[in-house]
Write a protein that binds this ligand. Sequence first.
Ligand SMILES: *Cc1c(COP(=O)(O)O)cnc(C)c1O
Length: 416
Amino acid sequence: MSDFETFVNQGLVRLEEAHLRRRLRTFQPLPGPRFDTPEGVVVQLSSNDYLGLARHPRVCAAAAEAAATWGAGAGAARLVCGTSPVHEALEQALARFKQAERALTFSSGYATALGVIPAVVGPGDCVVLDRLSHACLVDAARLSGARLRVFRHNDPEDLDRILRWAEGERARGFRKAGTFGGAADQTAGGRVLVVTESVFSMDGDRAPLREIVELKDRHGAWLMVDEAHATGMAGAGRRGVIEELGLEGRVELPMGTLGKALGAAGGFVTGSAALVDFLLNRARTFVFSTAPPAAMAAAAAAAVGVVEGDEGVERVARLKANLAVLHRGLTEAGWALPAPVSPILPLAVGDENAAVRLAAALNDEGFLVPAIRYPTVPRGRARLRVTVSAIHSTDDLVAFQAALKKALFQTGLRPA
Ligand SMILES: *Cc1c(COP(=O)(O)O)cnc(C)c1O
């Protein structure tokens, strides 16, 4: 066997030994939150399609119509000849929805982070991240070449400590050996960007955004907030946690994804016309990547329309009612969970192998709840990540509670 194949196979063996090897499974969608699998029909409690918009008739029809009109692929990057009226309509819809001057979309939330952070900070600057920030935020910060600092999860005091350090250090430009200058060719350096999520993807808890906004203002830093798991749900206008807390206009870089509650695919930032112009020139994942298909843009625009309207109100109300039922069920099954502040309820298990066994037992009972393991979460903090949506029925959730009790009994595991 060649060197390379040996390397690959040994890597797989190591993953297997650590109970960290993952495999793709193909699911046939059935109506509602159900999939057909080779082992039978399962109810998923694992999707981020929180409002059930991925298969909403209006959203799907918009995608089909745009594909028929504009074709399957956009053919080029947006700046070349990849911008269609559909892309413009989506950005206008997002700007209206988020009550911002403009919006800029990317092919994914991941690509949004990877484009935006290195566009605003670089060597000589500093990025301060919440410890549990999503991989795309961490990767983007690394890619920027800025100095990285991490604050304890949701801990404003620790953030304050780091921002005080940064204020002292910024005059010197956060110099590391051999790195000088600031973002791209804007050379001053010394910028500080705080990065957090409003709702954390794996824990479902919320950042203390009011305190974080105060702190970044006090220390002259900027703030990026990833609303991936809040867009479409939190706040009276369903714009996100920034809206709910009355912080609109106080966050330099609010971002979101179109692939979760909005049921399509893509990512976006909102802000001033100048910010959007700046980013469409500087964000490399925007400049050097083929435009998302018009079908995706049209689907996302239709989803924004649904979320903004009365149906958005109804779907969020159903989601919240389902969340209350599920939370009660999980509490009765033995998990001490705080009052839910998002549709994500993490069931702590701890050991990776135990989490996998519990997920398998639930699968046998007809429920799809994947075990979330390292590297998605820290080692020894494996969990089942349960998510609920507006399209679950009360019966689904009651049946899940029974299945969970049975799975716990069969595996001999107990809530951690
Ligand atoms: C899912 C997720 C992303 C990535 O968005 P995609 O559109 O799936 O690429 C970014 N940030 C957070 C917090 C996420 O959960």
